[in-house]
Ligand binder design. Sequence first.
Ligand SMILES: [Zn+2]
Length: 124
Amino acid sequence: MSDPPIDDQYDHEQFVSDIAPNVLGVLKKTRFFDLLDDRFCPADHSQEPVKCGHSFDVSKGILADSGMDEEDIQDVIDVFHSQGACCDCEVLYNVAKESRLRARYWKARYVEVESQKEYRRTDP
Ligand SMILES: [Zn+2]
């Protein structure tokens, strides 16, 4: 009676963590992460990569194309949030463990670290 919102919030978090493994399993099976990766980091270099709009618009489009209804899609987005992703590109960085976008990020980091090492070596 007095504050159900907190309990509801807790139940919802519990629900999201319960469904997360199955949701991620479905996404893997339907190649969702590959499709998302293809948009942001196309294997075909002649294709223009999509820029993240700090939303889940691209993910939602792919999920809708795969036949999910709005309620399913909301559950998937809730799982993404629970995994630390707040937009399409963060899904590739934080949820999909392997993606070209993430690989490219680490390659850039490596190059950066390597160049710092070079710099230090020449610094007396
Ligand atoms: Zn993003």
